[in-house]
Design a protein around this ligand. Structure first.
Ligand code: ZN
Length: 142
């Protein structure tokens, strides 16, 4: 069993997004480490995946949840995504759909939908811990 606490990110391969996302999740959730599963255009990949591809992604996320006891999975889309070059509004809608999809797996984890904006800052788009709400979560210092 790994030592320390973990959260899980499902985001893009884009190197501009991974560091700020990891930092944000560590600071917001108070975890020691962030496991990162990446695909180019993650919000598109998840929503357009074949059942086989979807199972493979789920399996990767499950390693983090099961072996590292991650309690949170964050689906992360971002500005200027080469893998899914669509306007911000489309990304935000896709992120919400992705979060619902992951929530539907019923893994017993909190599911966040995140957006990395044009300043490479994180915005919370949705959070299953805020039932029925869609507002931003504000990071609090530990
Ligand atoms: Zn991208």
């Amino acid at each position: 069993m790994a030592t320390g606490t973990f959260a899980t990110a499902f985001g893009c391969i884009d190197g501009r997004t991974t560091a700020p996302t990891t930092t944000f999740l560590k600071e917001t959730l108070g975890v020691d480490f962030v496991d990162y599963v990446s695909e180019p255009g993650p919000d598109k990949v998840l929503l357009q995946a074949t059942p086989t591809d979807l199972a493979a992604i789920k399996q990767k996320l499950l390693v983090s949840v099961n072996a590292h006891r991650s309690r949170t999975i964050a689906v992360v889309a971002h500005h200027d995504c080469a893998g899914h070059p669509v306007p911000r509004a489309e990304h935000l809608a896709a992120v919400r759909q992705c979060a619902q999809l992951v929530r539907g797996w019923d893994l017993g984890v909190r599911v966040l939908g995140l957006w990395v904006n044009d300043q490479w800052q994180l915005e919370v788009i949705c959070d299953t811990q805020e039932q029925g709400r869609d507002s931003a979560m504000h990071a609090r210092p530990r």
